[in-house]
Design a protein around this ligand. Structure first.
Ligand code: XMP
Length: 529
Protein backbone atom coordinates (compact mmCIF):
# COMPACT_ATOMS: atom_id res chain seq x y z
CA UNK A 1 0.00 0.00 0.00
CA UNK A 2 1.18 3.46 -0.88
CA UNK A 3 0.39 6.16 1.70
CA UNK A 4 -0.77 9.54 0.42
CA UNK A 5 -0.54 12.30 3.02
CA UNK A 6 -3.04 15.04 2.30
CA UNK A 7 -2.14 18.70 2.68
CA UNK A 8 -5.55 19.89 1.55
CA UNK A 9 -5.25 20.20 -2.22
CA UNK A 10 -8.48 20.05 -4.21
CA UNK A 11 -6.97 17.24 -6.26
CA UNK A 12 -5.36 15.06 -3.56
CA UNK A 13 -7.96 12.33 -3.98
CA UNK A 14 -7.10 12.10 -7.69
CA UNK A 15 -3.66 10.83 -6.70
CA UNK A 16 -5.41 7.84 -5.14
CA UNK A 17 -7.59 7.35 -8.18
CA UNK A 18 -4.60 7.36 -10.53
CA UNK A 19 -2.70 4.91 -8.37
CA UNK A 20 -5.66 2.60 -8.17
CA UNK A 21 -6.10 2.82 -11.94
CA UNK A 22 -2.62 1.24 -12.02
CA UNK A 23 -4.00 -1.49 -9.72
CA UNK A 24 -1.77 -0.14 -6.98
CA UNK A 25 -3.58 0.10 -3.69
CA UNK A 26 -3.20 3.46 -1.94
CA UNK A 27 -4.71 5.08 1.11
CA UNK A 28 -4.92 8.74 1.96
CA UNK A 29 -4.61 10.15 5.46
CA UNK A 30 -4.34 13.72 6.76
CA UNK A 31 -0.83 15.15 6.86
CA UNK A 32 -1.03 15.26 10.65
CA UNK A 33 -0.96 11.44 10.81
CA UNK A 34 1.71 9.99 13.07
CA UNK A 35 3.35 7.07 11.35
CA UNK A 36 3.78 5.20 14.61
CA UNK A 37 -0.02 5.02 14.86
CA UNK A 38 -0.41 3.10 11.61
CA UNK A 39 -0.89 -0.63 11.93
CA UNK A 40 0.58 -1.21 8.46
CA UNK A 41 3.81 -0.19 6.78
CA UNK A 42 3.53 1.76 3.54
CA UNK A 43 5.86 0.88 0.66
CA UNK A 44 6.14 4.56 -0.20
CA UNK A 45 4.72 7.97 0.70
CA UNK A 46 3.28 10.70 -1.51
CA UNK A 47 2.98 14.19 -0.05
CA UNK A 48 0.12 15.97 -1.79
CA UNK A 49 -0.23 19.58 -2.84
CA UNK A 50 -1.98 22.07 -0.62
CA UNK A 51 -3.07 25.70 -0.40
CA UNK A 52 -0.58 26.84 2.26
CA UNK A 53 2.92 28.30 2.00
CA UNK A 54 5.59 26.41 3.90
CA UNK A 55 7.02 29.67 5.33
CA UNK A 56 3.70 30.77 6.86
CA UNK A 57 3.08 30.48 10.58
CA UNK A 58 1.04 27.38 11.24
CA UNK A 59 1.75 25.89 7.81
CA UNK A 60 1.13 22.14 7.93
CA UNK A 61 4.18 19.98 8.40
CA UNK A 62 4.68 16.25 8.41
CA UNK A 63 5.83 13.62 10.88
CA UNK A 64 9.66 13.69 10.56
CA UNK A 65 9.57 9.90 10.94
CA UNK A 66 8.81 9.68 7.20
CA UNK A 67 12.54 10.14 6.59
CA UNK A 68 13.52 7.37 9.01
CA UNK A 69 11.57 4.61 7.31
CA UNK A 70 13.94 4.43 4.37
CA UNK A 71 10.99 4.13 2.00
CA UNK A 72 10.58 6.26 -1.14
CA UNK A 73 8.95 9.68 -0.85
CA UNK A 74 7.40 11.79 -3.61
CA UNK A 75 6.44 15.38 -2.86
CA UNK A 76 3.95 17.02 -5.23
CA UNK A 77 3.78 20.85 -5.34
CA UNK A 78 3.36 21.85 -1.67
CA UNK A 79 4.72 18.41 -0.82
CA UNK A 80 7.84 19.16 -2.88
CA UNK A 81 8.32 22.54 -1.21
CA UNK A 82 7.86 20.99 2.19
CA UNK A 83 10.55 18.39 1.45
CA UNK A 84 12.96 21.11 0.40
CA UNK A 85 12.05 23.20 3.43
CA UNK A 86 12.59 20.34 5.85
CA UNK A 87 15.80 19.15 4.24
CA UNK A 88 17.27 22.57 3.67
CA UNK A 89 15.72 25.15 5.96
CA UNK A 90 14.26 28.37 4.48
CA UNK A 91 14.66 27.20 0.96
CA UNK A 92 11.27 28.33 -0.38
CA UNK A 93 10.06 31.80 -1.27
CA UNK A 94 7.34 33.47 -3.20
CA UNK A 95 8.06 33.50 -6.93
CA UNK A 96 7.75 36.68 -9.01
CA UNK A 97 5.03 35.21 -11.15
CA UNK A 98 2.38 32.69 -10.40
CA UNK A 99 2.74 29.68 -12.66
CA UNK A 100 -0.73 28.45 -13.31
CA UNK A 101 -2.03 26.22 -16.07
CA UNK A 102 -0.42 24.17 -18.77
CA UNK A 103 3.23 24.52 -19.61
CA UNK A 104 6.12 22.57 -21.09
CA UNK A 105 8.44 20.74 -18.79
CA UNK A 106 12.04 20.00 -19.73
CA UNK A 107 13.21 16.71 -18.39
CA UNK A 108 16.89 16.35 -17.53
CA UNK A 109 18.63 13.02 -17.54
CA UNK A 110 21.38 13.48 -14.98
CA UNK A 111 23.07 10.10 -15.25
CA UNK A 112 22.14 9.07 -11.71
CA UNK A 113 20.71 5.58 -11.41
CA UNK A 114 18.48 6.78 -8.59
CA UNK A 115 17.40 10.23 -9.72
CA UNK A 116 16.61 9.32 -13.32
CA UNK A 117 14.05 6.72 -12.33
CA UNK A 118 11.09 9.08 -11.91
CA UNK A 119 11.06 10.13 -15.56
CA UNK A 120 12.34 6.83 -16.95
CA UNK A 121 10.85 6.19 -20.39
CA UNK A 122 10.02 9.88 -20.95
CA UNK A 123 11.13 12.16 -23.79
CA UNK A 124 12.92 15.45 -23.13
CA UNK A 125 9.80 17.55 -22.92
CA UNK A 126 6.39 16.97 -21.43
CA UNK A 127 3.21 19.00 -21.41
CA UNK A 128 2.18 19.40 -17.76
CA UNK A 129 -0.18 21.24 -15.42
CA UNK A 130 1.29 23.52 -12.76
CA UNK A 131 -0.35 25.64 -10.12
CA UNK A 132 2.01 27.37 -7.72
CA UNK A 133 3.34 30.71 -6.56
CA UNK A 134 6.07 29.55 -4.21
CA UNK A 135 9.24 28.03 -5.50
CA UNK A 136 12.50 26.53 -4.33
CA UNK A 137 15.35 29.02 -4.14
CA UNK A 138 18.12 26.48 -4.49
CA UNK A 139 18.61 22.76 -4.55
CA UNK A 140 18.58 21.04 -1.20
CA UNK A 141 21.82 19.35 -0.31
CA UNK A 142 22.44 16.07 -2.08
CA UNK A 143 19.74 16.78 -4.71
CA UNK A 144 19.87 17.18 -8.48
CA UNK A 145 17.46 18.86 -10.89
CA UNK A 146 15.50 16.37 -12.97
CA UNK A 147 13.05 18.82 -14.55
CA UNK A 148 12.57 22.54 -15.14
CA UNK A 149 10.23 24.94 -16.91
CA UNK A 150 10.65 28.46 -18.29
CA UNK A 151 9.72 29.96 -14.90
CA UNK A 152 10.75 27.27 -12.49
CA UNK A 153 14.34 26.13 -12.36
CA UNK A 154 13.61 23.32 -9.90
CA UNK A 155 10.37 21.90 -11.22
CA UNK A 156 11.60 18.38 -10.49
CA UNK A 157 14.25 17.38 -7.98
CA UNK A 158 15.64 14.08 -6.79
CA UNK A 159 18.20 12.99 -4.24
CA UNK A 160 21.30 11.58 -5.86
CA UNK A 161 21.21 8.32 -3.96
CA UNK A 162 18.14 8.22 -1.68
CA UNK A 163 14.65 7.56 -3.10
CA UNK A 164 13.37 11.07 -2.39
CA UNK A 165 11.71 13.00 -5.23
CA UNK A 166 9.85 16.27 -5.57
CA UNK A 167 7.88 17.71 -8.46
CA UNK A 168 6.08 21.04 -8.85
CA UNK A 169 3.72 19.72 -11.48
CA UNK A 170 0.52 17.84 -10.71
CA UNK A 171 0.71 14.33 -12.20
CA UNK A 172 -2.79 13.52 -10.92
CA UNK A 173 -4.50 16.09 -13.16
CA UNK A 174 -5.60 14.96 -16.60
CA UNK A 175 -4.04 18.03 -18.27
CA UNK A 176 -0.62 16.63 -17.38
CA UNK A 177 0.41 14.26 -20.15
CA UNK A 178 1.55 10.88 -18.92
CA UNK A 179 0.88 11.90 -15.31
CA UNK A 180 -0.15 8.34 -14.56
CA UNK A 181 3.19 7.10 -15.93
CA UNK A 182 5.05 9.37 -13.51
CA UNK A 183 3.03 7.88 -10.66
CA UNK A 184 3.60 4.38 -12.08
CA UNK A 185 7.36 4.96 -12.11
CA UNK A 186 7.19 6.08 -8.52
CA UNK A 187 4.80 3.48 -7.13
CA UNK A 188 5.71 0.39 -9.12
CA UNK A 189 9.36 0.89 -10.13
CA UNK A 190 10.66 2.96 -7.22
CA UNK A 191 8.45 1.78 -4.32
CA UNK A 192 8.09 -1.74 -5.68
CA UNK A 193 4.32 -1.71 -5.07
CA UNK A 194 2.69 -4.71 -6.67
CA UNK A 195 0.00 -3.76 -9.20
CA UNK A 196 -2.35 -6.47 -8.03
CA UNK A 197 -5.17 -4.48 -6.47
CA UNK A 198 -8.61 -5.37 -7.76
CA UNK A 199 -12.13 -5.35 -6.48
CA UNK A 200 -11.99 -9.09 -5.78
CA UNK A 201 -9.16 -8.64 -3.29
CA UNK A 202 -11.18 -5.94 -1.65
CA UNK A 203 -14.20 -8.17 -1.05
CA UNK A 204 -12.18 -10.96 0.49
CA UNK A 205 -10.03 -8.65 2.52
CA UNK A 206 -13.01 -6.70 3.80
CA UNK A 207 -14.96 -9.81 4.79
CA UNK A 208 -11.99 -11.10 6.75
CA UNK A 209 -11.50 -7.71 8.37
CA UNK A 210 -15.18 -7.43 9.36
CA UNK A 211 -15.24 -10.92 10.84
CA UNK A 212 -12.17 -10.21 12.87
CA UNK A 213 -13.44 -6.83 14.03
CA UNK A 214 -16.94 -7.93 14.97
CA UNK A 215 -15.94 -11.28 16.43
CA UNK A 216 -17.99 -14.47 16.81
CA UNK A 217 -20.95 -13.07 18.67
CA UNK A 218 -21.57 -9.36 18.45
CA UNK A 219 -24.36 -7.90 16.32
CA UNK A 220 -24.31 -4.99 13.91
CA UNK A 221 -27.07 -2.59 12.92
CA UNK A 222 -27.19 -0.18 10.02
CA UNK A 223 -29.60 2.11 8.21
CA UNK A 224 -30.47 1.32 4.62
CA UNK A 225 -32.11 3.63 2.12
CA UNK A 226 -32.35 1.57 -1.05
CA UNK A 227 -29.45 3.48 -2.56
CA UNK A 228 -26.38 1.72 -3.86
CA UNK A 229 -24.02 2.61 -1.00
CA UNK A 230 -26.10 1.37 1.91
CA UNK A 231 -27.22 -1.68 -0.07
CA UNK A 232 -23.66 -2.68 -0.93
CA UNK A 233 -22.56 -2.13 2.66
CA UNK A 234 -25.47 -4.23 3.93
CA UNK A 235 -24.81 -7.01 1.44
CA UNK A 236 -21.20 -7.15 2.49
CA UNK A 237 -22.18 -7.42 6.17
CA UNK A 238 -24.61 -10.19 5.32
CA UNK A 239 -21.79 -12.01 3.53
CA UNK A 240 -19.48 -11.53 6.49
CA UNK A 241 -21.71 -12.18 9.51
CA UNK A 242 -25.09 -13.37 8.19
CA UNK A 243 -28.10 -12.63 10.37
CA UNK A 244 -26.09 -10.95 13.06
CA UNK A 245 -26.45 -7.91 10.82
CA UNK A 246 -29.76 -6.02 11.06
CA UNK A 247 -30.69 -3.50 8.42
CA UNK A 248 -33.19 -0.84 9.41
CA UNK A 249 -35.20 1.11 6.89
CA UNK A 250 -36.89 4.16 8.34
CA UNK A 251 -39.91 4.95 6.20
CA UNK A 252 -40.00 8.72 6.38
CA UNK A 253 -43.04 8.98 4.14
CA UNK A 254 -40.76 11.12 1.98
CA UNK A 255 -39.55 8.38 -0.34
CA UNK A 256 -40.63 7.94 -3.95
CA UNK A 257 -43.58 6.01 -5.35
CA UNK A 258 -43.47 2.36 -4.17
CA UNK A 259 -39.87 2.82 -3.09
CA UNK A 260 -40.26 1.36 0.37
CA UNK A 261 -41.85 -1.79 -1.02
CA UNK A 262 -39.10 -2.13 -3.64
CA UNK A 263 -36.34 -1.75 -1.07
CA UNK A 264 -38.02 -4.42 1.02
CA UNK A 265 -38.19 -6.82 -1.89
CA UNK A 266 -34.59 -6.23 -2.95
CA UNK A 267 -33.02 -6.47 0.47
CA UNK A 268 -35.15 -9.19 2.00
CA UNK A 269 -36.06 -11.42 -0.89
CA UNK A 270 -33.31 -10.86 -3.39
CA UNK A 271 -30.33 -10.32 -1.09
CA UNK A 272 -31.58 -12.19 1.97
CA UNK A 273 -30.76 -9.40 4.39
CA UNK A 274 -32.34 -9.26 7.84
CA UNK A 275 -34.50 -6.11 7.48
CA UNK A 276 -36.85 -4.18 9.74
CA UNK A 277 -39.00 -1.37 8.37
CA UNK A 278 -39.95 1.34 10.83
CA UNK A 279 -42.98 3.35 9.74
CA UNK A 280 -42.21 6.88 10.79
CA UNK A 281 -44.29 8.88 8.35
CA UNK A 282 -46.79 10.09 10.98
CA UNK A 283 -44.01 11.52 13.11
CA UNK A 284 -42.16 13.09 10.17
CA UNK A 285 -45.24 14.83 8.74
CA UNK A 286 -46.24 15.97 12.23
CA UNK A 287 -42.88 17.57 12.93
CA UNK A 288 -42.63 19.09 9.44
CA UNK A 289 -46.05 20.76 9.57
CA UNK A 290 -45.78 24.44 8.71
CA UNK A 291 -42.01 24.27 8.07
CA UNK A 292 -40.78 25.77 4.79
CA UNK A 293 -37.15 26.71 5.47
CA UNK A 294 -34.78 24.16 3.83
CA UNK A 295 -32.17 23.82 6.57
CA UNK A 296 -34.90 23.59 9.20
CA UNK A 297 -36.46 20.74 7.21
CA UNK A 298 -33.14 18.93 7.03
CA UNK A 299 -32.55 19.35 10.74
CA UNK A 300 -36.01 18.06 11.70
CA UNK A 301 -35.70 15.10 9.36
CA UNK A 302 -32.20 14.26 10.56
CA UNK A 303 -33.24 14.36 14.21
CA UNK A 304 -36.45 12.44 13.69
CA UNK A 305 -34.61 9.83 11.70
CA UNK A 306 -32.08 9.36 14.46
CA UNK A 307 -34.79 9.23 17.16
CA UNK A 308 -36.54 6.40 15.37
CA UNK A 309 -33.38 4.61 14.43
CA UNK A 310 -32.02 4.70 17.97
CA UNK A 311 -35.29 3.38 19.37
CA UNK A 312 -35.16 0.48 16.95
CA UNK A 313 -31.52 -0.20 17.78
CA UNK A 314 -32.39 -0.41 21.45
CA UNK A 315 -35.32 -2.71 20.71
CA UNK A 316 -33.05 -5.08 18.76
CA UNK A 317 -30.63 -5.03 21.66
CA UNK A 318 -33.41 -5.93 24.14
CA UNK A 319 -34.59 -8.71 21.89
CA UNK A 320 -31.06 -10.08 21.68
CA UNK A 321 -30.87 -10.15 25.47
CA UNK A 322 -34.12 -12.04 25.76
CA UNK A 323 -33.50 -14.66 23.12
CA UNK A 324 -29.76 -15.00 23.74
CA UNK A 325 -29.42 -16.08 20.10
CA UNK A 326 -26.50 -13.78 19.52
CA UNK A 327 -24.36 -11.34 21.46
CA UNK A 328 -24.75 -7.66 22.19
CA UNK A 329 -25.39 -5.10 19.47
CA UNK A 330 -21.99 -3.44 19.44
CA UNK A 331 -21.53 -1.96 16.00
CA UNK A 332 -23.14 0.59 13.79
CA UNK A 333 -22.67 0.20 10.03
CA UNK A 334 -22.34 3.30 7.90
CA UNK A 335 -22.04 3.12 4.11
CA UNK A 336 -19.87 6.22 3.90
CA UNK A 337 -17.75 6.50 0.77
CA UNK A 338 -14.41 8.09 0.32
CA UNK A 339 -16.03 11.05 -1.43
CA UNK A 340 -18.23 11.75 1.61
CA UNK A 341 -15.14 11.82 3.75
CA UNK A 342 -12.88 14.00 1.67
CA UNK A 343 -13.78 17.14 3.54
CA UNK A 344 -13.72 15.67 7.01
CA UNK A 345 -10.52 13.75 6.29
CA UNK A 346 -8.63 16.76 5.16
CA UNK A 347 -6.64 18.46 7.89
CA UNK A 348 -8.42 21.74 7.17
CA UNK A 349 -11.59 20.31 8.60
CA UNK A 350 -14.95 20.60 6.92
CA UNK A 351 -15.21 23.50 4.51
CA UNK A 352 -18.11 25.91 4.53
CA UNK A 353 -21.45 24.18 4.91
CA UNK A 354 -23.55 24.87 1.86
CA UNK A 355 -26.14 22.28 2.82
CA UNK A 356 -26.00 20.05 5.84
CA UNK A 357 -26.09 16.48 4.59
CA UNK A 358 -27.41 14.70 7.63
CA UNK A 359 -26.49 11.20 6.61
CA UNK A 360 -22.82 11.97 7.05
CA UNK A 361 -22.82 13.92 10.29
CA UNK A 362 -25.51 13.33 12.88
CA UNK A 363 -26.35 9.66 12.94
CA UNK A 364 -23.01 8.07 13.75
CA UNK A 365 -22.28 10.62 16.49
CA UNK A 366 -25.51 9.84 18.29
CA UNK A 367 -25.13 6.09 17.82
CA UNK A 368 -21.64 6.19 19.21
CA UNK A 369 -22.13 8.64 22.04
CA UNK A 370 -25.84 8.40 22.83
CA UNK A 371 -27.73 5.73 24.70
CA UNK A 372 -26.75 3.00 22.25
CA UNK A 373 -22.95 3.50 22.64
CA UNK A 374 -22.04 1.68 19.45
CA UNK A 375 -18.78 1.52 17.55
CA UNK A 376 -18.66 2.67 13.95
CA UNK A 377 -17.87 0.31 11.07
CA UNK A 378 -17.43 1.80 7.59
CA UNK A 379 -16.40 -0.90 5.09
CA UNK A 380 -16.72 1.35 2.01
CA UNK A 381 -14.77 4.29 3.31
CA UNK A 382 -11.86 3.67 0.98
CA UNK A 383 -13.94 3.46 -2.17
CA UNK A 384 -15.11 5.88 -4.81
CA UNK A 385 -18.58 5.71 -6.31
CA UNK A 386 -17.63 3.75 -9.44
CA UNK A 387 -15.70 1.30 -7.28
CA UNK A 388 -18.74 0.75 -5.07
CA UNK A 389 -20.76 0.04 -8.18
CA UNK A 390 -18.24 -2.54 -9.39
CA UNK A 391 -18.22 -4.02 -5.93
CA UNK A 392 -22.03 -4.15 -5.86
CA UNK A 393 -22.10 -6.10 -9.12
CA UNK A 394 -19.62 -8.52 -7.71
CA UNK A 395 -21.83 -9.05 -4.68
CA UNK A 396 -24.76 -9.93 -6.96
CA UNK A 397 -26.72 -6.71 -6.67
CA UNK A 398 -28.79 -6.17 -9.79
CA UNK A 399 -27.76 -3.64 -12.40
CA UNK A 400 -30.74 -1.33 -11.98
CA UNK A 401 -29.93 -0.75 -8.34
CA UNK A 402 -26.20 -0.50 -8.96
CA UNK A 403 -26.73 2.29 -11.50
CA UNK A 404 -29.47 4.08 -9.60
CA UNK A 405 -29.25 7.85 -9.37
CA UNK A 406 -28.54 9.12 -5.86
CA UNK A 407 -31.49 10.15 -3.73
CA UNK A 408 -31.00 12.53 -0.81
CA UNK A 409 -31.61 11.38 2.76
CA UNK A 410 -34.30 14.04 3.42
CA UNK A 411 -36.07 12.75 0.32
CA UNK A 412 -38.95 14.55 -1.27
CA UNK A 413 -39.06 17.11 1.56
CA UNK A 414 -36.24 19.09 -0.05
CA UNK A 415 -37.98 18.81 -3.41
CA UNK A 416 -40.99 20.78 -2.27
CA UNK A 417 -40.65 24.54 -2.29
CA UNK A 418 -43.09 25.20 0.50
CA UNK A 419 -44.75 23.04 3.11
CA UNK A 420 -44.23 19.30 3.20
CA UNK A 421 -47.65 17.69 3.44
CA UNK A 422 -48.80 14.22 2.45
CA UNK A 423 -50.74 15.73 -0.45
CA UNK A 424 -47.73 17.64 -1.76
CA UNK A 425 -45.48 14.58 -1.46
CA UNK A 426 -48.08 12.61 -3.41
CA UNK A 427 -47.97 15.14 -6.27
CA UNK A 428 -44.18 14.92 -6.46
CA UNK A 429 -44.32 11.12 -6.37
CA UNK A 430 -46.67 10.94 -9.31
CA UNK A 431 -44.81 13.49 -11.42
CA UNK A 432 -41.44 11.96 -10.59
CA UNK A 433 -42.70 8.51 -11.51
CA UNK A 434 -43.85 9.74 -14.93
CA UNK A 435 -40.60 11.65 -15.50
CA UNK A 436 -38.28 8.78 -14.56
CA UNK A 437 -40.34 6.14 -16.38
CA UNK A 438 -40.23 8.18 -19.57
CA UNK A 439 -36.49 8.70 -19.18
CA UNK A 440 -36.04 4.96 -18.76
CA UNK A 441 -38.27 4.18 -21.73
CA UNK A 442 -36.21 6.55 -23.87
CA UNK A 443 -33.11 4.58 -22.83
CA UNK A 444 -31.29 7.65 -21.50
CA UNK A 445 -31.38 7.03 -17.74
CA UNK A 446 -27.70 6.12 -17.59
CA UNK A 447 -26.70 9.19 -19.59
CA UNK A 448 -27.63 11.47 -16.69
CA UNK A 449 -26.29 11.47 -13.15
CA UNK A 450 -29.48 12.46 -11.39
CA UNK A 451 -33.02 13.34 -12.43
CA UNK A 452 -36.10 14.16 -10.41
CA UNK A 453 -39.34 16.11 -10.26
CA UNK A 454 -39.93 18.77 -7.61
CA UNK A 455 -42.91 20.87 -6.62
CA UNK A 456 -43.28 24.62 -6.41
CA UNK A 457 -46.29 25.24 -4.18
CA UNK A 458 -46.86 28.66 -5.71
CA UNK A 459 -49.76 28.67 -8.10
CA UNK A 460 -49.94 29.36 -11.80
CA UNK A 461 -52.95 29.83 -14.02
CA UNK A 462 -53.89 27.40 -16.74
CA UNK A 463 -56.86 26.48 -18.88
CA UNK A 464 -58.16 22.97 -18.88
CA UNK A 465 -61.19 22.13 -20.94
CA UNK A 466 -63.16 25.35 -20.93
CA UNK A 467 -62.30 26.52 -17.49
CA UNK A 468 -59.58 28.48 -15.89
CA UNK A 469 -57.59 26.48 -13.34
CA UNK A 470 -55.15 27.55 -10.73
CA UNK A 471 -52.63 24.83 -9.88
CA UNK A 472 -49.14 24.18 -8.61
CA UNK A 473 -45.94 23.91 -10.65
CA UNK A 474 -43.73 20.89 -11.24
CA UNK A 475 -40.04 21.62 -11.74
CA UNK A 476 -38.07 18.96 -13.60
CA UNK A 477 -34.34 18.70 -13.09
CA UNK A 478 -31.84 16.37 -14.74
CA UNK A 479 -28.09 16.82 -14.63
CA UNK A 480 -24.85 15.25 -15.69
CA UNK A 481 -21.99 15.38 -13.24
CA UNK A 482 -18.76 13.62 -12.49
CA UNK A 483 -18.56 14.22 -8.78
CA UNK A 484 -21.75 16.14 -7.90
CA UNK A 485 -19.62 19.13 -6.93
CA UNK A 486 -20.43 20.66 -10.29
CA UNK A 487 -23.13 19.71 -12.78
CA UNK A 488 -24.61 20.60 -16.15
CA UNK A 489 -28.28 20.43 -17.12
CA UNK A 490 -29.06 17.40 -19.26
CA UNK A 491 -29.93 18.29 -22.87
CA UNK A 492 -33.22 16.54 -23.56
CA UNK A 493 -34.58 16.12 -27.05
CA UNK A 494 -37.22 18.86 -26.98
CA UNK A 495 -40.02 16.64 -28.20
CA UNK A 496 -39.43 14.21 -25.35
CA UNK A 497 -39.46 17.04 -22.83
CA UNK A 498 -42.76 18.28 -24.26
CA UNK A 499 -44.24 14.79 -24.05
CA UNK A 500 -43.16 14.47 -20.44
CA UNK A 501 -44.72 17.84 -19.57
CA UNK A 502 -47.95 16.96 -21.32
CA UNK A 503 -48.29 13.68 -19.46
CA UNK A 504 -47.62 15.27 -16.09
CA UNK A 505 -50.20 18.04 -16.57
CA UNK A 506 -52.74 15.55 -17.87
CA UNK A 507 -52.22 12.87 -15.26
CA UNK A 508 -51.30 14.65 -12.05
CA UNK A 509 -54.31 16.39 -10.57
CA UNK A 510 -53.54 19.84 -9.24
CA UNK A 511 -50.62 20.61 -11.59
CA UNK A 512 -51.06 23.25 -14.26
CA UNK A 513 -47.47 23.95 -15.29
CA UNK A 514 -44.28 22.01 -15.78
CA UNK A 515 -40.91 23.74 -16.17
CA UNK A 516 -37.44 22.39 -16.86
CA UNK A 517 -34.54 23.73 -14.79
CA UNK A 518 -31.52 24.54 -17.02
CA UNK A 519 -29.28 25.95 -14.28
CA UNK A 520 -25.71 24.65 -14.01
CA UNK A 521 -24.06 23.95 -10.68
CA UNK A 522 -22.55 26.32 -9.68
CA UNK A 523 -24.36 28.64 -9.30
CA UNK A 524 -27.39 26.39 -8.80
CA UNK A 525 -27.19 23.30 -6.63
CA UNK A 526 -28.53 19.95 -7.78
CA UNK A 527 -31.40 19.89 -5.30
CA UNK A 528 -33.66 22.95 -5.18
CA UNK A 529 -33.30 23.35 -1.43
P1 XMP B 1 -26.55 19.65 -4.08
O1 XMP B 1 -28.01 19.96 -4.00
O2 XMP B 1 -25.80 20.04 -2.84
O3 XMP B 1 -26.49 18.07 -4.15
O4 XMP B 1 -25.92 20.15 -5.33
C1 XMP B 1 -25.34 17.32 -4.38
C2 XMP B 1 -25.72 15.86 -4.17
O5 XMP B 1 -26.04 15.64 -2.78
C3 XMP B 1 -27.37 15.19 -2.64
N1 XMP B 1 -27.94 15.86 -1.46
C4 XMP B 1 -28.14 15.27 -0.27
N2 XMP B 1 -27.94 14.01 0.13
N3 XMP B 1 -28.76 14.57 2.28
C5 XMP B 1 -28.27 13.66 1.41
O6 XMP B 1 -28.14 12.51 1.78
C6 XMP B 1 -28.98 15.86 1.95
O7 XMP B 1 -29.43 16.67 2.77
C7 XMP B 1 -28.67 16.23 0.60
N4 XMP B 1 -28.75 17.40 -0.08
C8 XMP B 1 -28.29 17.15 -1.35
C9 XMP B 1 -28.07 15.57 -3.92
O8 XMP B 1 -29.19 14.71 -4.17
C10 XMP B 1 -26.95 15.43 -4.94
O9 XMP B 1 -26.78 14.09 -5.33
Amino acid sequence: TVLVLDFGSQTSHLILRRLRSLNVYAEMLPCTTKLAELDWKPVGIVLSGGPSSVYDDGAPGVDPAIFDLGIPILGICYGCQLLAWLINDKNVARGEAREYGETDLNIHKVGSANADRLFEGFDDTLHVFMSHFDKLMHLPEGFVTIASTKNTAYAGIAHESKPIFGIQLHPEISHTNRGTDILANFAIKICGARPNWEMGNFTEREIIRIRKLVGENAQVIGAVSGGVDSTVAARLMKEAIGDRFHAILVDTGLMRLNECQQVKETLQQHLGINLTIVDGSELFFGRLAGVTEPERKRKIIGETFIDLFEKEAIRIEEEAKETARAGKVEWFLQGTLYADLIESLSFKGPSATIKSHHNVGGLPARMMNGQAQLKLIEPLRELFKDEVRAFGRQLGIHEELVMRHPFPGPGIAIRILGEVTRENVELVRQADHIFISMIREAGIYDQMSQAYAALDTNRAVGVMGDSRVYGMIIILRAVTSVDFMSAEPFEFPFQLLKNICRRIVNEVDGITRVVYDCTSKPPGTIELE
